[in-house]
Design a protein around this ligand. Structure first.
Ligand code: G4P
Length: 530
């Protein structure tokens, strides 16, 4: 991966990343400051509605109804210095982990935000593990240094031990809590001083020649300066130094200390992504590896957001462009249907506004409005039949049966459910015997969101009820063997929205039995979406 040719400048300047964190660590605040410095928003506070809305269930539902906000925040693009940043939002709630997983398949790096007082929390760890599956490079931002936080060495140790990754300090905090002054930039020998008076201002940066520079004493009180020198010396002796290769391979994470709310440390973090990358990566398809510098456009859908405008039933498919230079109006092959598609109104998301994308390059995220043709995992190319891999669908952990409270609406319910299944909002299984549907999700909150959306967007009141099943497995294997299993186990069989066979049960024992008794058949908890 490292000895690749230099990329065309337009592609090389792109940085496509996501932010992962435990709720409340400061993801929304950091996003807001990115956009502020990127010139995408005029005033901090505009993204805020989102962070707050997420906190309670009812607010969350309201947010879901207000599709405009959540969609424009799904992918945001902004320019800063010579770079184009594409920030893809990961849903904050742990119930939406599958969506998060797929989002992480579309980015080249992740920023891990941790709270300086709390360190590595449960959701941070889970999301980190997902990043590790792809060896995503990770930049760490230790937030809220303006509050009482843990000892710097302790924080670094905790990350190293908890997440088994090397941590190299990119900056070192000077004081903490009320005494927090700013940071010493370990990579550039600079002093960054926080401005407490103006929360939206970039920190003052003072170039110094090293820790012995007398200029330091003009800005840092003697006791803090002595502590800083001692700690930095110790850090240089004991902690890993930043190594770009190791970072790009996902073995080492640089850590910046800061305070998002005070806009402190944010610029350094943005500079870090710019300076160290990664540039748009090579993506794997079933056929071959696809490199960003390839002349022809290729990309894949990693997220579908439906019914942004309930009156129009439109959807936006979010596409990660993997390669090439796309221009508006270009015809692309929709590989699954083998049909050409003129992409005439692609959108770019600049903070709160949608804008038509006149052009986009490998690395970018564009939204393509459509009427349901585009599904998660679909590839778009200039003609080659590529199928991008590694975009899995997970077996749901909770199953419930659903029916319309008005039996006359059964047919409409099926349509609504299929649309949600295609959007990736839930798994929908149609049992081989009997009527009705079984809906599978990862977190219980999703049932509430679904019920509310089905009623709001389709006008169908529904009821979710306990199902006799607790597990779902996709049935893989050669046709004859699968058929044999289906015929002998009809009461366990259902079909997902693609028509693929799914085995439903409440006993692990059943799963073991099938795998033992039916040669050539496996029951899988994941399915590749392509
Ligand atoms: P999240 O998206 O990760 O859930 O976190 P969010 O940015 O919403 O931040 C969570 C809380 O932490 C917010 O406070 C926010 O103001 C605060 N916060 C973020 N960065 C910093 C920081 O650098 N220092 C300090 N001291 N606090 C920070 P809140 O009280 O929940 O909301 P609000 O009333 O302040 O908006």
């Amino acid at each position: 991966m490292m000895n690749r040719p230099a990329l065309p400048p337009e592609i090389a300047r792109r940085r496509t990343f996501a932010i992962i964190s435990h709720p409340d660590a400061g993801k929304t605040t950091l996003t807001e400051k990115f956009l502020l410095f990127g010139g995408a928003i005029q005033m901090a506070g505009q993204v805020r509605a989102k962070g707050e809305a997420r906190r309670t269930r009812s607010d969350f539902m309201k947010l879901e109804q207000d599709r405009g906000i959540s969609v424009s925040a799904s992918a945001m693009s902004f320019e800063y210095r010579e770079f184009r940043y594409n920030l893809v939002d990961t849903p904050g709630h742990s119930d939406f982990s599958e969506d998060t997983y797929r989002t992480l398949t579309a980015v080249d790096a992740a920023i891990m935000v941790i709270d300086g007082a709390k360190g590595v929390e449960s959701q941070t760890r889970k999301l980190f593990e997902v990043c590790r599956l792809r060896d995503l490079p990770i930049l760490t931002f230790c937030n809220k240094m303006d509050r009482e936080s843990r000892d710097t060495f302790e924080i670094i140790d905790e990350i190293q031990e908890n997440l088994a990754i090397d941590v190299a300090p990119a900056s070192w905090p000077i004081g903490m809590g009320r005494d927090f002054l700013g940071c010493y930039d370990m990579l550039h020998d600079r002093l960054e001083l926080m401005d407490r008076a103006d929360r939206n201002k970039v920190a003052e940066s003072i170039k110094i020649s090293g820790l012995d520079d007398p200029k330091l004493a003009e800005h840092v009180p003697a006791d803090l300066l002595e502590k800083l020198k001692e700690e930095v010396e110790m850090a240089r002796e004991l902690l890993p130094t930043f190594d770009r290769q190791s970072f790009l391979e996902g073995h080492l994470t640089p850590i910046w200390f800061g305070s998002a709310i005070n806009s402190f440390g944010v610029k350094e973090l943005m500079d870090g992504i710019g300076e160290f990358g990664p540039e748009p990566e090579v993506f794997k398809s079933a056929e071959r590896d696809v490199a960003p510098e390839e002349k022809k456009v290729a990309g894949f859908v990693f997220k579908v957001q439906a019914n942004m405008d309930p009156k129009h039933r439109d959807r936006v498919a979010f596409v990660r462009l993997v390669s090439g230079h796309f221009t508006r109006g270009q015809k692309l092959l929709h590989v699954r249907s083998k049909k050409q598609m003129a992409v005439s109104n692609p959108v770019l998301f600049l903070a709160a506004d949608r804008e038509l994308a006149e052009e986009a390059w490998g690395g970018d995220i564009i939204g393509i409005p459509n009427h349901g043709q585009l599904r998660i995992g679909d590839a778009l190319t200039e003609g080659e039949a590529l199928r991008f891999t590694g975009i899995p669908s997970f077996a749901p952990e909770l199953l419930q049966s659903v029916r319309a409270t008005d039996p006359m609406k059964g047919k409409h319910l099926e349509k609504a459910l299929m649309q949600f299944a295609e959007e990736g909002a839930a798994k929908v299984f149609k049992p081989a015997i009997g009527s009705g549907f079984i809906v599978g999700v990862v977190g219980a909150l999703q049932f509430d969101v679904l019920a509310s959306r089905i009623e709001l967007e389709y006008g169908i009141p529904v009821r979710f009820e306990a199902s006799q099943f607790t597990s779902a497995r996709w049935v893989l294997g050669d046709k004859a063997a699968v058929e044999k299993l289906v015929n002998a186990n009809k009461q366990h069989i259902s079909y997902d929205h693609d028509g693929d066979v799914v085995f439903l049960t409440r006993l692990q024992w059943d799963i073991d039995r099938v795998e033992r008794d039916y040669e050539g058949v496996t029951l899988s908890a994941t399915k590749e979406m392509m």
